[in-house]
Design a protein around this ligand. Sequence first.
Ligand SMILES: *[C@@H]1O[C@H](CO)[C@@H](O)[C@H](O)[C@H]1NC(C)=O
Ligand SMILES: *[C@@H]1O[C@H](CO)[C@@H](O)[C@H](O)[C@H]1NC(C)=O
Length: 640
Amino acid sequence: MTVEQNKANPLSMFPLLLLLRTSTNLHQIHQIHAQIILHNLPIQSHLLSKLADLRRLDYAQSIFNQITSPTDHSWNSIIKCHSLCIHSSQNSLLFYTKMLTTHVRPTNLTYPFVFKACSTRSVIVEGEQVHAHVAKLGFSTDIFVGNSMIDMYCKSAKMGSALLVFDEMTERDEVSWNSVVSGHVFVGEMVEARRVFAEMSVRRNAVCWTALINGYGKEGKLVEMMGVFLQMLVSADDAAPNSATMVCLLSACSSVANLELGRWVSVFIDVNGMPSNMIMSTALVDMYSKCGEVEKARRLFDGIGSKNLVCWNAMITGYVQQGLLVEAIKLFCLLRDDSLTPNEITLVNVLSACAGLGALELGREVHLYLGRNRLDLNVILAAALVDMYSKCGRIDDACLVFVKTRTKDSALWNVMIQSLAQHSRGKDALAVLSQMEASGAKPNDITFIGVLSACNHSRLIEEGRIQFSNMVMKHGLSPKIEHYACMVDLLGRAGYLVEAVELIRNMAVPPDSIIWCSLLSACSIHRNADLADKIGELVLSNEDPDLGSFISLSNVYRSVGRWSDVARMKQLVMEKGLKKPAGCSWIELRRGGVHRFFVEDRSHSESKQIYDIHHSLINQMKIEGYAPNFDLLPKNINSM
Ligand SMILES: *[C@@H]1O[C@H](CO)[C@@H](O)[C@H](O)[C@H]1NC(C)=O
Ligand SMILES: *[C@@H]1O[C@H](CO)[C@@H](O)[C@H](O)[C@H]1NC(C)=O
């Protein structure tokens, strides 16, 4: 559409421009657009620029297409609009290239968005080419252009190039310095970040202080982090900490579970009356729950009005990580009622809670939910589903999910092997390992925990020996305590006690009580009290031997009828005051929810009826000819 200036009525144009500048919604913009067409006003480029700010890509593109000879202003707007829309950022490079073919020259406002597009797509090669244009066209000294190049190089971890640009700048502002400091932080060069920070010739604003604090926090260096924070409070820069600063402090506390410091930060926020926002509240919920103060986290959580999904996820994840699985699931049910749509983080946590509780019904619901909502069954969710089905006793469903997931990563291969191992499907686990190797995925040490545990559970002794040696010789992995534990168990149970002892002797890591206990349990199966005596000496000379070792020793002596030694073990346990934690189980209820109960638990309001039914079931089983075989159970402390 060509615009004839003389037809335009300036009186109708200026109020419209003003309106355009302040409008924020599409409805207003449509009306303004109608006026522009009606009165044939030459202000399309202003409309375009507004649409770019509002990231209305399709609309902006259609306006741009109608402009017959776009000015630099219009080119810049369309480049900007594409670069702000993540999935379209490559198009801003395309339009930049097109612009170069016209007679319109790029300006200093063209480049920041071209470089932004290069950094979001990390296409640094193209970024470097554009850098060359900048030098040729003489924009190198422009502070905006310079800052955007530094930003691009930092985000691509090219600190050397970033520093070259920085050094060549004739003028620098806070943004230039901040970018360099954050760049060093981003690539983990804290010493360099600190050095640049100290050299800064401009005021160090809160963004810059926060970048440094964030860097130390991410490295788990809380002492240094707090040092910088305290410096910030007293510095002449007069840069008051803001909510972003507090979020950095809190997430550092949460990642190393430092409750004391987390509390201090929380008090600091209250005392200084810092206005709370969703991100900071979520960081507090996250900190308290990761530090084990789940109830406090929940109180904060309940106090937050209209929570977003990130906040819900923080609380649900907190429950799962602290093992409060029932609470996690209850909260998930509330989330569903709250009409928020769960995302991958939510569902992975819920599936992990279902796996821990054996809550098959809910787990299946989550699976169906994924299908119904056409959510991509990505590899992370697939691994969570495989784990859930397997732990809920449905290995076939687990296999089905596994087979249907086309692109597999090593975590998914590993969880499948582990699941087959737990279901004593040793041969299948080994078959999956071969598939994994054939697919080109590299087995890691976790894979071999699964493989060896599969051999152990399925009594595949020769296979176990072969895989243990493959792990070292073929894959160059060094066995960890978990691998030895499987091998010792496998060999010991099969009666290869000498070989098991030899393996322990050659261990690269010192044996732990799990290893000794499995060797002792092999001794009791094979009634080898001599070996048990030797192990006993070793284990009991330890400063605080654990209860398991006493139980295992006692079981060996019982197996060979050395009753005085059984009594001696019991005596030692009493002297040391060792106690066994109460056993605990869960049951999923049909009408929803999960109930948890302990050994000899009488806390349930209907416990009398429950125990009555339990007794009648036991009687029924006896009538049917079932005789429990206590020999296979580990003897517990009560029977010692
Ligand atoms: C861009 O260049 C123009 C003209 O050289 C100059 O007036 C303006 O200040 C520059 N803008 C920025 C943001 O650098
Ligand atoms: C080895 O297999 C047995 C029998 O299935 C099991 O009880 C034991 O926990 C397994 N040991 C290890 C270290 O996985």
